[in-house]
Write a protein that binds this ligand. Structure first.
Ligand SMILES: [Zn+2]
Ligand SMILES: [Zn+2]
Length: 283
């Protein structure tokens, strides 16, 4: 059976491997299809696709779009959208700029509680990406010995509610779903019951996103979801006739327990997802 991993990050956002290295690692790990889904950027697609073609594995270009619902962070995966569709490209740029702009504020807040880090140290961890964010602050804290790994950096300093957490601009999920569909892509809510999004991603909300905006799927098999969560989310997906995906949300070695292929997508659901691409809004 085909092994399909539909949520992977590279250095084009906050992953630790270049797009080509990610594809190489996926091929070495005997994955048949991968999606590159960097945060708010399509910058890794060209290199990723070229490497995938050379190695003969399937490549799905994707995005993970930063959204917010009632102040709670929600991530939307968009598969196969046209990245040159201007309304989508413009909004992604606004999201990226908002994230980068807050780095000095995050650094100042950390300094104020006695954590030693500079903006230059953060930027040094973010080469090759237009999407600088908290993971790069975390990497700077690892590099200067303040913490052991990214998870510790988030738990102690960067997660929602911690001293170094500064909100940034994000789209409403409904708005992001519309943009992805207008761009011919397929919208799937990432880890709906993840660390914060479980507060807002109720069956009722998901139902509304399906009905009003054409949400196509939900990521069920993700490391943020317990076995019980996955069973319940499968039931919701069946009720709402949604595509079910499974993925690693791989970021390289810095994010533990997210090895490539740790979760995979059923080939039947993958085919359903592909069939929805290129179908314009209302078409
Ligand atoms: Zn995410
Ligand atoms: Zn992700």
């Amino acid at each position: 059976m085909k092994r399909i991993d539909l949520h992977i990050h590279s250095r084009a956002s906050d992953g630790q491997l270049t797009p080509a290295a990610v594809v190489n690692a996926a091929a070495a790990g005997r994955l048949d299809v991968i999606a590159l889904t960097d945060h708010d950027t399509a910058d890794g697609w060209v290199d990723g696709r070229r490497a995938a073609e050379e190695l003969g594995i399937g490549f799905v270009p994707g995005l993970e779009i930063s959204c917010k619902l009632n102040g709670i962070s929600v991530h939307l995966l968009g598969y196969l959208p046209d990245p040159t569709y201007a309304p989508l490209a413009n909004d992604l740029q606004v999201v990226r700029e908002g994230r980068t702009d807050r780095i000095p504020t995050i650094v100042a807040r950390l300094n104020s509680i006695g954590v030693p880090v500079t903006v230059d140290e953060v930027l040094a961890q973010a080469t090759g990406t237009p999407s600088v964010g908290r993971p790069h602050v975390a990497d700077a804290l690892v590099a200067n010995g303040t913490v052991a790994n990214r998870s510790e950096a988030f738990d102690r300093f960067l997660a929602d509610g911690r001293a170094g957490h500064v909100p940034h601009y994000a789209l409403e999920p409904g708005q992001a779903i519309d943009l992805v569909r207008e761009a011919g892509g397929v919208p799937v809510i990432a880890h709906p019951w993840g660390r914060s999004s479980y507060k807002v991603m109720t069956e009722e909300t998901l139902g509304r996103l399906v009905q009003d905006h054409g949400l196509a799927g939900i990521e069920v098999d993700h490391q943020d979801h317990s076995t019980a969560d996955r069973a319940e989310l499968r039931g919701i997906a069946a009720d709402l006739d949604l595509v079910v995906t499974g993925s690693s949300d791989h970021h390289g070695l810095g994010k533990v327990d997210h090895d490539l292929g740790v979760n995979t997508t059923d080939p039947e659901h993958y085919e359903r997802l592909l069939a929805l691409a290129g179908d314009p809004l209302g078409g």
